[in-house]
Design a protein around this ligand. Sequence first.
Ligand SMILES: Cc1cc2nc3c(=O)[nH]c(=O)nc-3n(C[C@H](O)[C@H](O)[C@H](O)COP(=O)(O)OP(=O)(O)OC[C@H]3O[C@@H](n4cnc5c(N)ncnc54)[C@H](O)[C@@H]3O)c2cc1C
Length: 437
Amino acid sequence: MSTTDRHPGAHLGSRPGSRRLLVAGAGIASLTLAVALKRTHGPALEVVVCDPGLEAGAARHRGRAYAVAAGPRRMFERLGLWPRIEPAAEPMRRLVISDSRVGDPVRPVFLTFGDGTEARQEARHDAGEAGEPFAHMVEAEPMVGVLLDAAREAGVRLVTAGVRAAVPGPRATRVTLSDGSTEEVALVVAADGARSALREAASIGWVGWSYPQSGIVATIGHARDHEGRAFEHFLPSGPFAILPLKAGGALGHRSSIVWTERSADVPALLGGDAAETLAEIERRFGPELGRIALEHGPSAHPLHLGIARSFRAPRLALLGDAAHVIHPLAGQGLNLGLAGAASLAEAVTGALRLGLDPGADAVLREYEQARRFDSVAMAAATDGLNRLFSNDSLALRLTRDLGLGLVDRMPGLKRFFIGQASALRGESPRLLRGEAL
Ligand SMILES: Cc1cc2nc3c(=O)[nH]c(=O)nc-3n(C[C@H](O)[C@H](O)[C@H](O)COP(=O)(O)OP(=O)(O)OC[C@H]3O[C@@H](n4cnc5c(N)ncnc54)[C@H](O)[C@@H]3O)c2cc1C
């Protein structure tokens, strides 16, 4: 069977826009997609990234940091970006989980992941990656700076404007930008965030809810070295995570915190002066890392769960938070977006290499099939863990003590928790396995 038999009417002609792709939203996942595609196809594919926020550049990501799992880190390596990102990345070698109340004198540690053991076990199936840390904490501002530079170097067209409308036709989508200009493109990638206007305009449904919780993020300086350890204290109002950053700051060492609290309590917790806020953080932070100081933040973000009913519409693919929003307790939201970027780059590349239309339904179906199950599974797992831990009932305390004991004994679930599961499975996209597109 010829390729055109499999994708009737999908072959590329020389029509306008047939080799042009427009990405709405310049986040980390979407810039990675743009760089991967432009590096692979060069002048054969035009890639436009538009975002009104480009005016502020990488600076609008200041103070944020993300746990980047091993798979996405391998993708950055394959794209030649990791050596430029690494100076802002701290390897996470150990994750220590405890379950207690604020003020408990002892925090029983009943689960640890660490020393790369889990990655090593899996890596036996995945040539030559033994001993890698299971994740790196990467500061967002320098990472976005690297991605913007790489996009420019590769020839991605960066446009400081938003998408106002995208009208798909049989052969191309006509996009109107907020600066009044128009583009004819084969595919629009909607990476315009959780409240994606493009998703709504395409009438793609959204299943989800808001948690009565907010995620408070801040950068904390501390006197003792974290030695690559991350801590997650499951407190009754939600998890309090301490995530290791590169050394620096006034006290010599730094960590990022993601502190989940009931949204109703946030004004009282953060409403005081800096000393009062620091005292609240200190009560939860624990004494392990010595004296602490507030270096950046805090800022509070209301938490939601949501999954798009479909990741595609005619000539439109949803990417990142436009497709899925999950609870941050396992630090996997951005990683899901990066896995999506790897899958979409692979599907589009497959089509272009066969001379097919990169915006064809078959391409978008391939992308959706690769990503939707993992995204739903991760959303459900983080939601379940949050429900299990964010409360203070004795019955549930017993259940979860037993539950985490089980997690510790089940390597599959453990890998899932540290973001290894999808990254290292045989069927994961090539870029996440560190292979070329
Ligand atoms: C407290 C907290 C902690 C987290 N920690 C982690 C972590 O440790 N690890 C992890 O993997 N994930 C984490 N996440 C999740 C992560 O922050 C998100 O998944 C990720 O930032 C989503 O990126 P995005 O590019 O899809 O969306 P956004 O970051 O929302 O970007 C959307 C972009 O689209 C642009 N835009 C909007 N409308 C338009 C338009 N019409 N046209 C063009 N552009 C438009 C916006 O200007 C914006 O730049 C955390 C989330 C929270 C709330």
